[in-house]
Design a protein. Structure first.
Length: 479
């Protein structure tokens, strides 16, 4: 649902007691955690219990399972997830009582309004780049705050209220949230049309990023990935507007560039060169404990931002050295019977291509088996064929039904749009009407040496653990 952003967003300390509807989501839980750490009274509800809810309870928040108007007793402000429906009883009660209603974007802005924000935006790579920058700054003892759209194992959380003025924030464009923030520095990883259910057209999506340029504070800067056409065009526009512009990427003319990239089965390394000091300087080598070119590029963006903030390259790299991934970003789920299982959030053709490239490196000489759950009817309608084409890089593909999320089904749009475009022999493309069937299919085709990758932004994340349970049962002699 859409909640209007107020003309004036009060600082978090002026919101009174705050209740979050959908507190178990990555976005709202991050804001709630920061408020709790600032001593603000926080409560929230979600449809089911989760590790995030349990963690927030331990931190001091009151978290309910299920939605009920009674949860709003004593509440002054209600922050609402975009995934919540208009019929939610807590939202209806908040309206009836005249409580302050804020969307997620305004909730995040309320905790960032007095900070120097580094906003990470872009169609793909936001979570990874934000996570990497937060870790890089930890290597510099920067004491930065951060709000990330996923849990990061090495950080122990998806959010923190740091003691310095620096605040690293994942700036989501899906619902226009990034247009609420006022960053000092903006990092744009790429601009590749998505979320057309909200924007309507590709040109409107690109226009939102141009509007985002106007949110950068005076004296700030844009850091843009030079090798992506969309972000490169944005960099040109920023220069025309007189905004300091730093380009990072592979090109010899990039201000911060990557060279000598090496990708092994479980790691990547590359050399960083920089012109930020006025001369072309070789800064040193970065070693990442994750494979894949897109991870190297995300790390380069994080390093460029850290350098622009004045931090030393060696300290930034030291912080990055312990990065092992964010939740649901090529995350290892486990292994059984020489079958390894990974899970990732990829749900756009470009993201699918990047993750399959990384997964292929991880698979080595083994087969790559992918289970993909399309996300949203609107996205499948527009990108379904391209999704299927990218999935053709696997050896075996299982396609489930569409995860509807906030949308209603459309009889004219099905996962067949995806499955029918996979460029593999028919016997290597499997349809699954639900996730239980997906697990059975995967169990029937998986063999020693395979790497199984579950992909999608929905509940396909449950498939990996269920598959491992079946495989372990077999190895223990159970049917």
């Amino acid at each position: 649902m859409r909640i209007d952003v107020p003309d004036v967003i009060p600082p978090a300390e002026e919101l009174g007691d705050v209740h979050f509807v959908g507190i178990g989501g990555a976005g709202l839980s991050a804001i709630a955690r920061i408020m709790v750490e600032r001593g603000i009274s926080v409560s929230g509800s979600d449809s089911s219990d989760s590790a995030l809810l349990r963690s927030l309870r331990e931190a001091g928040a009151t978290c309910y399972v299920g939605h009920d108007a009674a949860h709003l007793d004593g509440v002054d402000t209600v922050v609402v997830s975009t995934a919540v429906r208009e019929t939610n009883p807590e939202v209806a009660a908040a309206r009836a009582r005249g409580l302050r209603l804020l969307p997620r974007s305004a909730g995040l802005q309320s905790v960032m309004c007095d900070r120097d924000v580094i906003a990470i935006a872009g169609t793909h790579g936001k979570t990874t780049t934000t996570s990497m920058l937060a870790m890089a700054l930890d290597g510099c003892d920067a004491e930065a705050s951060y709000a990330i759209g996923a849990e990061v194992e090495a950080l122990g959380s998806n959010a923190r209220d740091g003691s310095s003025r620096l605040f690293v924030a994942e700036a989501d464009e899906s619902d226009g949230a990034f247009l609420v923030y006022t960053p000092l520095f903006a990092v744009v990883t790429n601009v590749d049309a998505d979320h057309l259910d909200n924007y309507g057209t590709e040109s409107a999506y690109h226009e939102a990023f141009r509007t985002f340029l106007g949110r950068i504070r005076d004296g700030g800067a844009l850091l843009a990935y030079a090798d992506d056409a969309g972000s490169a065009a944005l960099a040109d526009e920023a220069e025309r507007r007189g905004i300091e512009t730093i380009r990072f990427g592979d090109h010899s003319w990039a201000d911060v560039r990557l060279a000598d990239l090496t990708i092994d089965s479980d790691r990547s390394s590359f050399v960083v060169w920089s012109r930020l000091s006025g001369t072309d300087e070789r800064l040193g080598t970065v070693h990442l404990a994750v494979p894949g070119r897109h991870y190297a590029v995300d790390a380069l963006g994080a390093i460029a931002a850290g350098l622009r903030c004045g931090f030393a390259f060696d300290d930034l790299v030291a912080g990055l050295s312990s990065y092992v991934g964010a939740r649901r970003r090529m995350e290892s789920v486990g292994a059984s019977g020489e079958v390894r299982v990974y899970d990732s959030y990829a749900h756009h053709p470009v993201e699918i291509a990047g993750d399959l490239e990384a997964a292929r490196a991880l698979a080595g000489s083994g087969r790559l088996v992918v289970c993909y759950q399309p996300h949203l009817v609107s996205r499948t309608r527009i990108f379904g064929e391209a999704m299927g084409e990218e999935l053709g890089a696997a050896d075996e593909v299982v396609v489930t039904e569409i995860y509807l999320a906030r949308e209603d089904p459309d009889p004219e749009v099905s996962s067949e749009l995806v499955a029918g475009a996979v460029g593999l022999p028919p016997e290597n493309v499997h349809r699954a009407h639900d996730l239980v069937a997906a697990v059975k299919t995967l169990a029937s085709i998986a063999r020693p040496g395979d790497l199984v990758l579950t992909l999608g932004a929905g509940d396909v994340t449950t498939v990996g653990p269920a598959l491992l349970s079946v495989l372990r049962g077999r190895s223990n002699g159970r049917s």
